[in-house]
Design a protein around this ligand. Structure first.
Ligand SMILES: [Zn+2]
Length: 381
């Protein structure tokens, strides 16, 4: 038995928001083709999990929402269509397409299966690139996300005895659905690193937010200035995570590795390279070993360049998680296969980007330092 596994995302039912949607239905294919071509995954490491059941989904989501999702498979159900907007469905971000309940339940099933296997001691760590659907709310779809696999996995781990779970969100957008779900729960610490809500959807995740009621202090929001480059991002991430986790002492780490803080991402304006994706994965692994006996569930998330960014970003996460060295050059056969799909941007030649510093980096770094000072005051870090 391998000590870590990856959810076999291409074999799950297709998560289809439409062929022209920025969250492309086939976004996992270049990643898995790269893992196979570069010899970075074995058959034994690939996991095809069962879909989340209704009973599992309703540990986080309202049953009326789950019922509605199932009814939307029937285009003649006019009552369901009429009520869809009350549940965040039928929007540009979350258009109604057949089979969405099944696909979202399958993606959630991956994070659930890994969380349980890790918590039971059957695996050290796992990666669900089809997961990380962090915007889904208990009662509504949001931001391309239908069921919140991260929140579901955290609840499942808690039910199996994890006393304290930390959720760390590296996506460029605020991890609002996970934070909202646990905002009153002191046993789940959510930490989100995102572009400042002043300019970036969903426009939440202020440095002053702390959770509410019994959960006060269990939400940490870290908003970065637009144009933030690798050095400042990495400094702040480490300066927050090390003391926060030392104080919280988690039993399990759940991470979300949205690749949309990348400098070339079309939906946001941070300026990271793959060096920061590797940094985040290595720090998560180190903290999991330091605090949780290595127990670490990693998920995917945003990222809208399946060939030029996503395939490399999540190969890097998987290599770090599974203990493989990250190769240098991308296989020529893979690059040739995906050249047409990469569009105007030819696939890069290497796993790692060249160094890049945004012309705005110094100004962004100064703003980030002031933000970090305030965050330390707010949280007593
Ligand atoms: Zn995102």
């Amino acid at each position: 038995m391998p000590d870590c596994r990856i959810v076999d995302a291409p074999r799950l039912p297709t998560y289809d928001l439409g062929a022209r949607h920025v969250f492309a239905p086939d976004r996992q294919l270049p990643l898995f083709d790269l893992l196979e071509t570069a010899g970075l995954v074995t058959d034994a490491e690939r996991l095809l999990p069962p879909p989340a059941t209704d009973a599992e989904l309703t540990t986080v989501h309202r049953s009326a929402y789950v019922e509605l999702l199932k009814r939307l498979d029937d285009p003649s159900d006019r009552d369901a269509l009429r009520r869809a907007p009350l549940y965040g469905m039928g929007t540009l971000d979350n258009p109604i397409r057949p089979g969405q309940h099944a696909a979202a339940a399958a993606a959630a099933g991956g994070s659930l299966a890994l969380a349980r296997a890790i918590q039971r001691g059957e695996l050290r760590a796992g990666f669900n690139p089809a997961g990380g659907l962090h915007h889904a709310m208990p009662q509504a779809a949001s931001g391309f996300c239908i069921y919140n696999d991260c929140a579901l996995a955290i609840v499942a781990a808690r039910q199996l005895g994890a006393e304290r779970v930390v959720y760390i969100d590296f996506d460029v957008h605020h991890g609002d659905g996970v934070e909202f779900t646990f905002r009153e729960d002191p046993s789940v610490l959510t930490i989100s690193f995102h572009e400042t809500p002043e300019v970036r959807w969903p426009n939440t995740g202020l440095v002053t937010d702390r959770g509410i009621g019994a959960g006060e202090g269990s939400a940490i929001d870290v908003p970065f200035a637009s144009g933030t480059s690798d050095a400042s991002w990495q400094r702040v991430v480490a300066a927050v995570l090390r003391p926060a986790l030392a104080r919280f002492r988690p039993d399990l780490i759940v991470t979300q590795h949205g690749a949309d803080p990348h400098v070339t991402d079309p939906l946001a304006d941070l300026s990271l390279t793959t060096a920061s994706f590797e940094f985040a994965a290595r720090l998560a692994r180190e903290l999991a070993e330091q605090h949780c006996g290595g127990r670490w569930l990693a998920t995917g998330g945003g990222g809208y360049q399946p060939v030029t960014v996503l395939a490399r970003a999540w190969s890097i996460v998987w290599c770090v998680l599974s203990g493989r060295p990250i190769p240098d050059a991308l296989p020529a056969a893979w690059s040739a296969r995906w050249r047409a799909r990469a569009g105007t941007a030819a696939p890069p030649a290497r796993f790692a980007d060249d160094r890049y510093e945004d012309p705005r980096a110094a100004r962004a770094a100064a703003r980030n330092e002031r933000m970090l000072d305030e965050l330390r005051r707010v949280h007593g870090l």
